[in-house]
Design a protein around this ligand. Structure first.
Ligand code: GUN
Ligand code: ZN
Length: 453
């Protein structure tokens, strides 16, 4: 952790000046004006890696007149993005041509994941992966490692060195995959238990029990995953659910006694508040209702769902008033085609369009920040700029490319209508190029002006 104490023992105060945008509530359920917090000329005061105060520069500057202030004129400062589903071992196989889910797994994914038996290789990839997250403004992610426990150690060691808030876990898979990347029900239980004891709640790290999906786990393995959730009630459950039609059909064959795909997890005690299910493209009405009742979350992964031809997620059904389900955005790299949550929100908008729905820019950026934090039950510590939250934030340049500079005039938006237009351009046109800086616990962790030649 950074040491920010001054000689007097009081934490040193620093300030960030710019335009601030965050969310204080969910715009799917309340009016956008009640949910959006926008300060055109703001000051955020930081102490010991946390937000101490946020207000207009005019109000706060007199009170904190002496503190060093970093100024970001013309920039939009937001909470760091939250990626609710991504696979770090698949970093090198992003953009693998031609297949849908089950063939894609056999042809590309399983061979790639075998390489992570080698801890040195796993550590190299973990560093590249985390660099890429930070370049894209993602400060927290829920991450699949792979079957080898050392792939989890490599990831958490790298995340810990960077003071990142990350959730990850060892993949559990004991059938329907090559022997080289299969464990057994018993070994997956023992290895997961040891990893939970080593990593869960160590600093900013959290553990997720991670059965890959129902197809690659026996009943016994899913049951033991449920046992782990009982033994360690505050760990997460992270898996895939109802992504692809052939997958759903195979699950029905493999689990004839279950009422559907979600029920394979439910019968094992895996459908809970800290459970995050990636995709949910082909859920039934009853399954949406069950997820709502259990307070579980869905990770909406539009670039992946389009890339693998999986289908169009029903965002309006997940965010219904009657049966609300928590939703975050997931890149799902390597089936997802970008590390950028802005690009992910762009594709989410288009998925909604194809279903004659509208995903407003505020709603999209809510999902990318506070919505993601809520999906991961981390809203007490990250997701917006409430005092006391971790100072994980990003500095966005709405004029980062020649075309964006042409589209967006230099003036700071003064109201929510002008802001909505500005941020919609970020969602449609933005990617890592608009992320000028990423801060972790108040410390600069990525500076685009220095990292490009
Ligand atoms: N379902 C089971 N494994 C995977 C995976 O690695 N990626 C995606 N997109 N879906 C899966
Ligand atoms: Zn995935």
């Amino acid at each position: 952790m950074p040491s920010l104490d001054s000689p007097s023992g009081q934490p040193q105060l620093t300030g960030i000046r710019g335009s601030f945008l965050d969310f204080i509530d969910d715009p799917f359920y309340k009016s956008e004006t009640d949910c959006v917090r926008y300060i055109a000329d703001g000051l955020m005061v930081l102490a010991a890696g946390k937000v101490r105060a946020l207000g207009t520069y005019a109000d706060l500057q007199p009170k904190y007149g002496e503190i060093p202030i970093t100024e970001y004129p013309g920039r939009l400062i937001m909470p760091g993005f939250i990626d609710t589903h991504i696979h770090y071992p698949q970093t090198s196989m992003i953009a693998a041509y031609g297949e849908q889910l089950l063939e894609w797994l056999n042809q590309y994914t399983f061979p790639t994941e075998q390489k992570f038996k080698d801890k040195t290789y796993a550590s190299e990839v973990a560093e590249i992966f985390l660099d890429e997250l930070l370049r894209n403004g993602t400060t927290t992610a829920l991450v699949f490692a792979c079957v080898f426990p050392q792939s989890v150690d490599a990831f958490f060691e790298a995340a810990e060195r960077r003071n990142l808030c990350m959730i990850a876990g060892k993949v559990m898979m004991d059938r329907n995959a090559p022997d080289a990347i299969c464990d057994t029900a018993e070994s997956s239980y023992q290895e997961t238990k040891a990893l939970i004891q080593k990593w869960h709640k160590r600093g900013r790290l959290h553990y997720a029990v991670t059965p890959r999906f129902a197809i690659t786990s026996t009943d016994e393995q899913l049951r033991l995953a449920g046992k782990l959730l009982q033994e360690f009630p505050d760990v997460y459950l992270h898996t895939h659910l109802s992504e692809n039609v052939d997958e759903v059909a195979w699950v029905k064959q493999l689990f004839p006694d279950c009422t559907g795909y979600l029920d394979t997890y439910d019968q094992a005690g895996l459908v809970k508040e800290r459970s995050v299910f990636a995709h949910g493209v082909h859920l039934t009405d009853e399954e949406f209702q069950r997820l709502s009742a259990a307070k579980s979350a869905i990770s909406f992964c539009p670039t992946s769902n389009l890339f693998l031809g999986s289908g169009l997620f029903k965002i309006e059904q997940a965010k219904s008033h009657e049966y609300p389900v928590k939703v975050g955005l997931g890149t799902d790299v390597g089936a997802g085609t970008s590390f950028s949550i802005l690009q992910t929100a762009n594709e989410a908008y288009k998925v909604a369009q194809l279903r004659r729905q509208k995903l407003s820019p505020f709603k999209a950026l809510f999902l990318a920040t506070l919505g993601g934090a809520r999906a991961l039950c981390l809203e007490d510590t990250i997701g917006n700029f409430d005092p006391g939250k971790a100072a994980d934030f990003i500095v966005l340049d709405p004029r980062a490319t020649p075309l964006m500079a042409f589209r967006n005039d230099p003036e700071t938006p003064s109201d929510l209508t002008a802001l909505a237009d500005r941020i919609f351009s970020l969602v449609m046109m933005g990617d890592d190029r608009v992320v000028q800086a990423t801060y972790i616990l108040g410390e600069l962790a990525h500076d685009r002006t220095k990292s490009i030649a």
